[in-house]
Each structure stands twice: as C-alpha cells, then as structure tokens.
Design a protein around this ligand. Sequence first.
Ligand SMILES: Cc1ncc(COP(=O)(O)O)c(C=O)c1O
Length: 424
Amino acid sequence: MNKSDALHTRALRVLPNGSTRSAVWFEPYPFYAASGAGSRLQDVDGRDFLDLTNNLGVLIHGHAHPDVVQAVQHQAAAGSCFALPTPGEIELAELLCERVEAFERVRFINTGSEAVALAIKAARAHTGRHKIVKLEGVYHGNYDFAEISNYSAPDNWGNEPQSVAVLPGTPPGVLDAVLVTQANDVDMLQRLMAAHGGEVAAVLVDPVPPRTGMQPLQPDYVTALRDITRAHGSLLIYDEVIAFRFGYGGAQGRFGGDPDLTALGKIIGGGYPVGAVAGRAEVMEATASSVSSSGTFTANPVTMAAGLASMRALDHAAFADLDSMGERLRNACGEIINKLGANMQVCGTGSIFSVYFHQRPVSDYRSYFKTPEEVAATTAFHRAMLDKGVLIAPTATVFLSTAVTPADEAQLLDAFEFAIAQAC
Ligand SMILES: Cc1ncc(COP(=O)(O)O)c(C=O)c1O
C-alpha cells in the first residue's frame, strides 16, 4: 500500500467519504500533496507532477512564488491576525480599484462563496427586493440561493429553466427567490424580467461561465444584461471569482460589461483564503451601513500580503504571456485531435481550457451537459493524464500559470495525445 492509499484509509475513519473537499476527490482515492514549487507538485509517495490545477485557478504564479513566500513570512512573523484593520487591506483594495473602472470600493471576505453571498445580500438591501436571477448550471459556490440549478439535468430542468434544488430539504423560500434563465438567450431574459423584474434585486452571472463552453458571454447578451437590469431597477452582479484571471482589468475589462457589483476570490489572495465584493461607491457605501459584513478572519493580514505580492507580479506582460500560452496549447491540442480523428474538442479562454468528448457547439448549460459516455471518457482521460504525471482538474480542465515552462508544455501535449487513446 502506498502512502496516499494509507492516508486515505485513515481519512475514511474521520472524514466523510475520506475527503473534506468533493471537487478534488477522484477514484479510487486522491493522491496526497507533500509540496509544490512553480509548476511542479510532489505527492507524499515522492512522485512528481506537472500541476495544471493550480488549486482550481488560484495559483496564477504556480506554487510558492518567491515574492509571495517572502511577503507571507514577513507578515506571519509580524502577527497573523488582529482585531484591528491593517494597511494591507487598503493597499490591496487600491490595487484592485486602480485596475478596474467599476471598482470604487471593496469589502473583503474569506471565500468566493461568501463574496457571492455578500453581493446578493447587498443587492437585496440596496433594492429592498428579495429575488435573484441566475443562469442555469452556472456555479457560484455554496450559498443556498446561488447554488440553485447548479446541477439541473434533463429529467428535472423542464422546457424553460426552472429553480431546481441541489439538496433535498432546500427551503421552498429559497427556490421561490431564485429565477433561472439560459446563458446567451436575450429573449428569455427579457421575458423573465418583464414578468418578475419588479421583484428582482439582481441578475447574477459569471461573464465566462465554465459550464457553458468556457467562452465569454456573447456581446449582445452582455449589452442586454446591463440594459434590462437597469430598465427594471435591478443590480447586475458579475461573479469573477475565476474570471478575474482573464485580464489586467478582469473579464469585464477585457470583454466589456458594466456590473454594479463584482464578486472576487481565488487569484486576489495569492494562494490564501480570500473573497471580496467590489463595486460602485454609490451601491457599496449605501450597503456597507446596512449589510453587516465582519468575519473573524476577514482581510486577514497574511492573505492581504500574499494577494498584494501575487497581484503586483501580475502585470500586463504576464497576462499577455498567459493568453498566448493558452492559445498556443489549445491550437496544439486541436492539431492532435485532428491528427487522431478523435470526436472531441478543446474549449477555453485565456489561461483556462477544458476537454469535451464531443464536437457539438456549446453555448449554454444544456448544450454543455455531459452524457454518461462523455462523463466516463472525461474520467478515463483524467486518470490517463495522472498516469503521465500531469495533474488536471477531474472535469478535464487545465488552469495555466506563469510558472509553466516550454518543457511543461511539451509534457502536457505528450500526455494529452496518450490520454486520448485511453479515453476514446
Ligand atoms: C465562479 C465561482 N464562483 C464562486 C466560487 C466559490 O469560491 P470558493 O470556493 O472560494 O468559495 C467558485 C469556486 O470555484 C467559482 O468558480
């Protein structure tokens, strides 16, 4: 029995299913991480992996970036948390506001899920309304209201999207308070808002939703989102917890859009737990007094130091490099697919891509939804990539980092070709 197997057996005695984080669990048991440096990760059995999960999009510079390590060591030695504010929270908020036009005020929190929850509460308080609109199948973390219809399936999704509970026992009030629509369908949004707009506090979208093809929302949809929400007095919330990695000014800086509030997380904490809501002063100032947002660890000084170091290293050139690496690898994967005549495709934007085991166009959750055969191929592909020493997300998704080298790119492409043979 190797060390990961033994650890998993131990974990089964104290953690349900032997895991405390379902998104990173895989059959028969996940490998346990020992350390990471740059693009590489070592597990407890001494195996070396090219890490292209980067903790599901967090580590945009890979593991243990020297500037981040130095900043964290310095802050840890100076004290890890205080019941007082620290200058770091101002500096990180200033950096974010300098980069994005729609950010005039920022409130920190500890995770992306909490950021989405805080943005929704702020929108409710600002408008005095209780409903939100969200896109079918689009993930926003684990706040009850935001997770409605995350995993809708053909047997429950209806002709037009409807509120589908993720868990049994979800209060009817939660289902009633969430209206669900389809990504990129302007008419459907218009109809929904014509019927319910007066009760809608906010429309919540991810501007580059992973489960609708990992493409930016279509430009006419982006325009419609702003016009329609404004016409009905509702706020527009962008969830850029992942999408902030698409540009120096986030996804909204690159693909347009003018949200009232934006939920942030992942990269802005430099590898430490973080979330934030950023937005127009008018909305943020008004809600700051009415929406209680505190939290024992909010704006933790270590997180603020790590986030600042990481974001400062993420300049225009770093984004350009990440984009061209993503483009180069997507093209190279496409050439391999063509060469092998495999029924699959690679979809993505900037520094992220995902492998789909079909060639149908994907523009919303229903066209994305995987058949059992596609799920099985995804699992086999993930396993085969691991066998070749490449760690990707179990959904066959790759998150690139600035630490990826040309040799890493070659390893990825070699593993990709091998894994197709195992999966198809
Ligand atoms: C788009 C999006 N929103 C929100 C979240 C929740 O963030 P966290 O896991 O930090 O709670 C995630 C997490 O992956 C996400 O991808």
